[in-house]
Write a protein that binds this ligand. Structure first.
Ligand code: IVH
Length: 673
């Protein structure tokens, strides 16, 4: 009996270890979360019934250690070094030359890895079991954070596979992935709990919790990148080989680690990662270049606290502190009013930044930002600079708070902020607010919309301010003589602009829909709408119910689309654009996606409940074509009182006929009334 229990316990632990490894180390889960949970629950129940069989490396033992009074000190058997920094190709070249000279001109290959912006830890495995985890500390003495590190799902409590050394120390970086960081903060904010300042601080703070339960609640993970020391016979030849073994034993290693043959290839790697920096799943501050052969590493040795065999290539910092000089409120295309912090210019992420978006007033409140505050500014990848946090300790006395203006800074209409919404808006219609108008035109001309080359921000401002353009349709009415009135507009640029406008007229339906700037209709939604309706008429006529059939379109988008086309001003602009010659190749509406796709209907006689035009719109909205005469191909005739020859023709050709009451029922069944 005892043996059976033990066998089942061991089986469960092995399965849980396996699935944990698939999920947290390989990013490739093999079972659903619920199935994992069921296995886990079974383990917990079985262990509760047989506490004598609980082992320290059981997956149930990750969390549960009691809070500590303080962390014990740990002496590192091999010091944890830091890295020499380089920031230019020349400095990297000098480093490699020094290595080569020391090695008597031997050929070197390099292992390049992203330099993760997290917290260094040293893990000791004894007989394949996690025995100790420590921080770097001052390099010689760190803190024992074993109980905390045990809660990190990507850290195996026991290693798998063959050839695991009796005792060894592996080093790595504990970090929080960007997406996990954002999700964690969103939840914390919803619950009114403290948010983390940035992923690095979050990781460091989480490891320093005396209560491991708190650590367990933080989304930490790890990449292992080197060996401290090894007891046993295992002697890998290279850094790359060491990484492969570590991965084989179940430790998480970075798939971006790459073997490169020479310094040019290092530079290519550095440039490539720099390019992709913003889209990596985690924050990095550079690349680590390591001499790949471990015997070369050993011969190169170390100076004071830094190895000679590795170097950090640092990218420009993505964070810097500066002062908020003021806050401006910008009015967007949809009237949304965005607070923007005006900053004392600061060099961050490789550029000088003097503005940072504050998103909305909720964000201002969350940051507790005041004018004059010192702030941490963050610019990751291509993203707009953000204010990451406020250094409240340095707040000047009487720093003014930031208030939402009562009227639109562009048109002075009242600013409204609906209950429960984060975004405040200018209450004026887009055509009546110059800021909304300009932003709308900017959007219309933008690359993914009508792609009007040369029609940039400054020119749009000029055109609007000189009263030459109010709506997108006005753009196509511009002539040489209008443009020549503008200051700084040469004959050649005027010509180029008119050519670009002409060229932009041939477009696609999706681009055109996107260009209109309907609230909530981004590129992808515009594409779905174009595919679904195939033409503008059907889209204009569609009711919310019909729209909601379109993939990706929910009630909110449906409401915005109908509201847009219900507005006579918008209709007029759309018609004028089409009249001006904006055109697109015909596309087939998605087959079967509309209930009446492919059908031709005919309306005849009088209708009492709606006008002929309304009826026609309802039908086109459902995908039908509406024709003026009956033929053998007519799918359906709707005949009101007074119908004459068309009804007779339908009867003759056995085309189905319905009366007005039947038509109303039909529309209501299709949610089109
Ligand atoms: S190797 C001798 N590889 O950078 C030091 N370090 O400044 C060997 N780091 O404390 C370190 N990613 O916390 C190495 N792929 C990587 C790294 C990495 C981040 C950190 C590590 C270390 C610091 C060195």
């Amino acid at each position: 009996m005892g043996d059976e229990v033990q066998a089942r316990l061991e089986g469960l632990r092995a399965q849980l270890d396996h699935h944990n490894h698939c999920y947290h180390v390989l990013d490739a889960p093999e079972i659903a979360d619920a199935e994992y949970d069921a296995l886990f629950d079974e383990l917990i129940a079985l262990e509760a019934a047989h506490p004598e069989h609980i082992t320290q490396d059981s997956p149930s033992r990750r969390v549960g250690a009691a809070p500590l009074a303080e962390f014990a000190a740990v002496t590192h058997e091999v010091a944890m070094l830091s890295l020499e920094k380089t920031a230019t190709p020349e400095e990297l070249n000098d480093w490699a030359n020094r290595c080569r000279t020391r090695l008597g001109d031997e050929i070197m290959a390099f292992c390049c890895e992203p330099k993760i912006d997290g917290v260094a830890v040293a893990l000791i495995y004894e007989h394949g079991r996690l025995a100790q985890a420590a921080t770097r500390g001052d390099g010689r003495t760190g803190e024992d954070i074993t109980a905390n590190v045990r809660t990190i799902p990507a850290v195996p409590l026991r290693l798998r596979g063959d050839g695991v050394p009796t005792r060894f120390e592996v080093r790595g970086e504990v970090y929080i992935a960007r997406r996990d960081f954002a999700a964690f903060n969103e939840r914390a904010q919803q619950r009114g709990e403290r948010t983390l300042v940035n992923p690095r601080n979050g990781a460091a703070g989480s490891l320093r919790q005396l209560d491991p339960k708190l650590t367990a609640s933080r989304p930490l993970t790890i990449y292992c990148y080197s060996l401290g020391w090894v007891e046993g016979d295992w002697r890998p030849q290279t850094q790359m080989e060491a990484l492969e073994w570590l991965a084989a034993w179940g430790l998480r290693t970075n798939p971006e680690a790459t073997l490169v043959a020479d310094l040019d290839a290092c530079q290519d790697y550095i440039d490539d990662i720099a390019q992709r920096r913003g889209s990596l799943a985690y924050d990095i501050d550079g690349v680590v270049v390591k001499v790949n052969a471990l015997d070369q590493q050993q011969r190169l040795g170390a100076v004071t606290r830094k190895p000679r065999w590795a170097v950090a290539y640092k990218y420009p910092a993505q964070e810097a502190t500066t002062q908020v000089l003021g806050v401006e409120f910008q009015v967007g295309r949809t009237g949304a009013i965005t607070p923007v912090a005006k900053l004392q210019p600061v060099f961050v992420g490789g550029v000088t930044v003097s503005n940072a978006t504050l998103h909305n007033m909720d964000e201002v409140a969350r940051l507790d930002l005041r004018i004059g505050d010192r702030v941490m500014v963050r610019r990751a990848g291509d993203v707009i600079p953000q204010v990451a946090s406020v250094i409240t300790e340095q707040r000047p006395a009487d720093a003014p708070t930031i208030e939402l203006p009562e009227s639109c800074p562009a048109c002075a209409s009242p600013v409204v902020r609906p209950e429960g919404e984060a975004v405040a808006r200018c209450s004026a219609a887009p055509t009546r607010c110059p800021a909304q108008r300009k932003e709308g035109l900017r959007h219309f001309a933008s690359r993914l919309a009508m792609d009007i080359e040369g029609l940039g921000e400054k020119l749009i401002d000029q055109l609007v301010e000189n009263g030459l353009v109010r709506t997108p349709a006005d753009l196509y009415r511009l002539r040489d003589k209008n443009l020549s009135e503008l200051p700084r507009m040469g004959e050649k640029s005027a010509h180029n602009l008119l050519d670009a406008l002409q060229a932009s007229k041939s477009t696609t339906l999706a681009r055109f829909i996107y260009a209109l700037g309907i609230h909530e209709v981004g590129e992808a939604t515009a594409q779905s709408l174009a595919n679904h309706f195939g033409g503008l008429d059907a889209l204009c006529a569609a009711t919310p119910e019909v729209l909601e059939v379109v993939p990706d379109v929910g009630p909110i988008v449906a409401e915005k689309v109908t509201a847009y086309f219900d507005d006579p001003d918008n209709r007029a602009v759309v018609e004028e654009l089409v009249k001006a010659g904006v055109a697109w190749p015909a596309i087939e509406a998605a087959a079967d996606s509309l209930p009446l796709a492919g059908q031709t209907w005919v309306l005849t006689g009088a209708l009492k409940r709606m006008s002929r035009n309304e009826a026609k719109e309802k039908l086109t909205g459902l995908g039908a074509k509406v024709a003026g005469s009956v033929s053998g191909k007519t799918a359906q005739v709707v005949a009101g009182p007074g119908a004459g020859s068309k009804l007779a023709k339908a009867e003759q050709l056995a085309v189905p006929v319905m009366d007005e009451a039947g038509f109303m029922d039909f529309l209501s069944i299709h949610n089109a009334l």
